[in-house]
Design a protein around this ligand. Sequence first.
Ligand code: MG
Ligand code: MG
Length: 246
Amino acid sequence: GFMYEANQIVAYILDQIGDMVRPGVKTFEFEELAQEICKEKGVRPSFQGYHGFPFALCCSVNEEIVHGFPSERVLEDGDIVSFDMGVIYEGFHGDSARTFAVGEVDDEATKLMDVTRTSLMLGIEQACPGNNLYDVSAAVQRHVEDNGMAVIRRFVGHGIGRNLHEKPEVPNFVPQTGQGITLKAGMVIAIEPMVALGEYEVEIMPDKWTAVTKDRLRAAHFEHSVAITADGPKILSLSARDGSHK
Ligand code: MG
Ligand code: MG
């Protein structure tokens, strides 16, 4: 369906971006690439203009968690860089994010990215009809905290469809109060753990968008849009490069 197509375009854009990540590239070059592919595919970027966000792509380096601006900043060996991309295809949104290593990164950064990616996959496994939404949240939180890292609480995943952000909110931790909804076949949710090496407190930079960790330790972000089906979770934004779809 359209949601699958939208997310496959996002996956393709992130694949192309990933191929371009290396020391010496300006982050704005990724914005240009994303815009170019959107034009080529005849889709609109979801984020540009969303609550006034100025770009198609979010580009967040090191201690930046999410909503960073593409800029003249040059990526350096040892950086980690997170890209978050969304497109609208036939009225439906796709949304996915990945963090990449720039050149050679230290072991902490490698572990941070591995833990974040794995926490996403563990969350996705719980996205089955009849499960509680917070089963997803708990699986993400458990893996992150078992590895001595922190889940960002200020930002959460979301339902997705004709709108970029729909109900329900999909926290990456189990909230102290309230109950999660029961997941049903036909729902589509964006699960997006943001994980910090240090504490989860967030600061917003003067550009009013870029979210950084208060302690300035690094953070990673992985996101998939996932359809809940009678056969279990289907990752709509899985790259064609990653083989057969579940
Ligand atoms: Mg996103
Ligand atoms: Mg999202």
